[in-house]
Design a protein. Structure first.
Length: 256
């Protein structure tokens, strides 16, 4: 599962777009808001790996004598999923623990975040981004494209057009279509990753807008750098890429 999620974090536009992870940065406890997402998301995906291991172990017990069969081509990766409230609850709890982890009264902070989640605040903010770009909330690739669109706004300070977001989504679909590891994911795996993206991306975007409203250019620049380093540890470097009809490209148009 670690490998699967890493595939989603990569810009999928070539090795030249990859950027190494650097030291973590956070402007303050209240504005941390997903800046450390890269490491946290990988640990959250562990349950998916455990689930897959359990399934493969059961199959091994049921079939003690291995048989040789012709190699079959895996079906194309299906990014759609049917939501399970239990998976949403699990993601919510982890998100709340993450945001509350550095608070003096952690349990009280967790309860506060959970109330916000139950009210739908974070998901509602992310859904606005999905709706504005004609994307579906139950499609992992659509959610990933919206994730990139939000982080582009944070790092670059401008929003992508709907056509640009669509080009990134199409690039992701093409790159992920025949990946066997992605194809092996079940509904719960896809939902878990998608909803993790939703919550942490919405939080990061909220932190950006809070700083933007303050008018503190220095702190905002630091926040942007922190989001790039920690929410996109494997790239793409949004300050160094452009988006055209084919999605992310390493060619940045000259400024006039």
């Amino acid at each position: 599962m670690r490998t699967k999620l890493k595939c989603l974090l990569i810009g999928l536009a070539g090795a030249s777009l990859l950027a190494p992870a650097q030291a973590q940065w956070s402007p303050s406890p209240t504005l941390d808001m997903g800046v450390n997402y890269g490491q946290m998301a990988l640990s959250q995906s562990a349950i998916g790996g455990t689930r897959a291991l359990s399934k493969s172990s059961n199959k091994a017990i049921e079939s003690p004598t291995p048989s040789v069969s012709p190699a079959k081509k895996n079906p194309p990766f299906n990014p759609r999923f049917k939501s399970d409230p239990k998976v949403s609850k699990l993601v919510d709890q982890r998100f709340a623990r993450y945001l509350a982890s550095d608070q003096p009264n952690e349990e009280e902070a967790v309860a506060m975040v959970m109330r916000d989640l139950e009210a739908g605040h974070y998901r509602a903010d992310f859904k606005k981004l999905l709706d504005a770009n004609g994307l579906a909330s139950n499609d992992l690739i659509d959610v990933t494209a919206a994730h990139y669109a939000a982080l582009w706004e944070v790092v670059r300070g401008t929003a992508l057009t709907r056509a640009q977001v669509t080009s990134i989504r199409n690039q992701l679909r093409k790159a992920m279509r025949d990946d066997p590891e992605l194809g092996a994911m079940d509904d719960a795996d896809r939902q878990e990753i998608a909803e993790t993206f939703m919550l942490h991306t919405a939080a990061a975007l909220g932190g950006y807008r809070t700083l933007q409203a303050r008018g503190d250019k220095k702190l905002l620049a630091q926040y942007r750098d922190g989001v790039q380093r920690n929410m996109l540890p494997d790239g793409p470097d949004l300050k160094s890429v452009s988006v055209n009809s084919g999605g992310f490209t390493s060619a940045v148009p000259a400024r006039h």
